[in-house]
Design a binder for this molecule. Sequence first.
Ligand code: SAM
Length: 305
Amino acid sequence: MAANGLAPLSRLGQNFLIDGNVAGKIIAALEPGPDDLVLEIGPGPGFLSAALAARAGRFLAVEIDPGMAQVAAQRLSPFPWARVVKADALKVDLLELVASGLELPSGAASSSGSGPRLKVFSNLPYYITTPLLMKVLEEFRRLPAGSPAADRGVFMVQKEVADRILAEPGGKDYGVLTLAVQYYSQASPVCTVSRHSFWPAPDVDSVVIRLDFRDVPAAPLAPQDLFPVVRGAFGQRRKKVANSLAASPALMMSREDAYKALAAAGVDPDRRGETLSLDEFVRLASEWKRISEERASEAGRGGAS
Ligand code: SAM
C-alpha cells in the first residue's frame, strides 16, 4: 500500500485483516475448491484474496477503491484465473458478474468431483453490511440455469450484526434481518474476531458467520408476500402484534382483518410481533394474502355491480 501511496480510508470501511489465524478459519469455512467460482466483495489490498484464489478454480473480486483494486490485481497476477473488477458492489449486477467469472480460464489442475459451486466471501464494509447481504441473498436466488449452484457465503460482520442474524425469537436482536437471512440461508457462527486483528483497529469486535444458501427458500411463500407482514409486525416493537399489523401503512390491514388472519394462523393476537418464529410469520402472511385477495375480489364485484 505504501509503495502505491495508499492509506486506509475510514469512509470506505477500510479496516484490513492482519491476523493469519483468522484468515485460516475463513478459508476453512469457505472451503474454496478447484471447481469453485469464488467471489470476494471488497478485497482491499488482497491479503486474503491471493490465498482464496490459489485454492479456487476461478476467482473474482469487486473493489470500489481504484487504488486498492490495483494493489489487489498486482497481488493476484500469479493467478490467470483471477480478476479484480473496479465497481461498487451495491450497484453491480451480481448475475452479470458471475457470468463474467465463468468466462475466466479455469485454474483447476484436477476436479474435486463435487461440480462447480459459487462461494462468496466478504469482510464487509460496515456501512453497507445489511444492504449488501440482502443483495447477495436475493440475487443469488435468481442465478440462471447453467450457473454454478450458490453454495455458501462467509462474511465478517460487526458483532452486533452477527447477534441480529443469529438471534432467537423474543430477544432484542431478533428482527427483519434475522428472518430474511433465515428465509434464504442457514446461518452459523464461525469465530469471533478481536478488533486488534485489523489494521487500523476499529471500535468494535467482529464475528465471522457462514451462510449456507438454500436451494429453495425456507418457506413456501414469495418474499413480496412474506416480508411486508414481517415488517408490519416489527413496526411497533413491544406492542401487541394485532395492533402493529393494523398500524402498518404498507399493509392497509383493518384491526378486524388482523384478528382474523392471526386466528386463522393460530397466533395469539396478544403476543408481541418479535416473538413470532419464521413458521408463524409464514402462516400469518399466507392467511393475510388469502384475506386481502378476498377483499380485492369483493371490491371488484362491488365495482362491477
Ligand atoms: N478484504 C480485505 C480484508 O479482509 O482485509 C478488506 C476488507 S475492508 C473491511 C472493506 C473493503 O471493501 C475495502 O477495501 C473497501 O474499499 C471495500 N469497499 C467498500 N465499499 C465497497 C463497495 N460499495 N463495493 C466494493 N467494495 C467496497
